[in-house]
Design a protein around this ligand. Structure first.
Ligand code: IMP
Length: 179
């Protein structure tokens, strides 16, 4: 889809606020996993920026991997996901931390966590930059949350609208189209 510029309605989360919660999460995760090694899984594409920031705040040895999933056509509400790119390594015995951009209904992560759990990891936890708890359809345990946000569609800091706006350093809400 060609880019159609929209007006920014307001900034919801500034880059300074992001930096503050990334530092907090990095410290907390480093404490919780002290003496262990971490295997971080970045869920593409939205999480790439958060992953890059978070990893620089970690003080435990860690490896990174990338996974790309999409909802099956017409089955969005079930959360059944198709794996477009699987992990590079066997995760048996590893401490897994799934790095997400935003948890909305929770369906994608619910499916992903169940899938990864069948591969015999030592543990599986989730860290997300943003959380919309009001939108949850399934209960999932999100261990680390950067910031809870209201039920608004946000873009920036890796999050997109039709593939665009990921490059915005702040998280913003776009103005609705005028017809
Ligand atoms: P869930 O399965 O409903 O939790 O879907 C989470 C995924 O939906 C995220 O990884 C994002 O790709 C996308 N998503 C949910 N809310 C937003 C938003 O406000 N802006 C951009 N993408 C979103």
């Amino acid at each position: 889809m060609a880019f159609q510029e929209k007006t920014i309605d307001h900034t919801l989360v500034t880059r300074q606020m992001i930096q503050t919660f990334v530092e907090r999460l990095g410290k907390q995760i480093s404490e919780d996993y002290a003496g262990k090694e971490l295997y971080l899984i970045c869920v593409l594409k939205g999480s790439f920026m958060f992953m890059a920031d978070l990893i620089r705040e970690l003080e435990v040895p860690c490896e990174i991997d990338f996974m790309s999933v999409s909802s099956y056509e017409g089955e969005k509400s079930t959360g059944v996901v198709k794996i477009n790119k699987d992990l590079d390594r066997n995760i048996s015995g590893k401490h897994i931390l799934i790095v997400e951009d935003i948890v909305d209904t929770g369906l994608t992560l619910n499916h992903l966590t169940n899938l990864l759990s069948t591969r015999n990891p030592a543990s599986v936890r989730i860290v997300t930059a943003f959380d919309k708890p009001m939108r949850r359809k399934v209960e999932i345990d999100v261990h680390y949350v950067g910031m809870e946000i209201p039920n608004e569609f946000i873009v920036g800091y890796g999050l997109d609208l039709d593939g665009y706006y990921r490059n915005l350093p702040d998280v913003v809400v776009l103005a609705p189209d005028e017809d």
